[in-house]
Design a protein around this ligand. Structure first.
Ligand code: FES
Length: 134
């Protein structure tokens, strides 16, 4: 069955943002989607003085929705502190994309989960835990 995607989803699928890798990232998060078996990695470059995410890249083996949500999530996170970025929700990402087909909502979990894992990884590297920012 064909999925009906919003224009925002299709635009980001055609022109994905922040795709790639960061060498020696401040934080790295990887998640797999148990529903479809797709995988995503998010790389962060964080300024340790300010905790601001200065650069963010994503690599994904995923579907249209996974690509669009990872583009949107990275755009939302860039320039924010890790504390602010940790609070980005799946619903905010989906809403910002003009919604996702219901059977594709599981795909939107990947990007936010990978971002949170990358932030946790950054905090651990800097001797902190997520409880300190939550
Ligand atoms: S079908 Fe795998 S991420 Fe969407």
């Amino acid at each position: 069955m064909a999925h009906i995607y919003s224009k925002e989803v299709m635009d980001l699928f055609m022109n994905p943002k922040n795709m790639g890798e960061i060498e020696n990232p401040s934080g790295l998060g990887k998640v797999g989607n148990p529903v479809c078996g797709d995988v995503m990695w998010i790389y962060l470059q964080v300024n340790e003085e300010t905790d601001i995410i200065e650069d963010i890249k994503v690599k994904t083996f995923g579907c249209v929705a996974a690509i669009a949500t990872s583009s949107k999530t990275t755009e939302m996170a860039k320039g924010k502190t890790v504390t602010e970025a940790y609070k980005i929700t799946k619903k905010q990402v989906a809403d910002d994309l003009g919604g996702l087909p219901k059977q594709k909502m599981h795909c939107s979990n990947l990007a936010v989960d990978a971002l949170q894992r990358a932030i946790i990884n950054y905090l651990e590297k800097t001797g902190r835990s997520v409880e300190e920012i939550d």
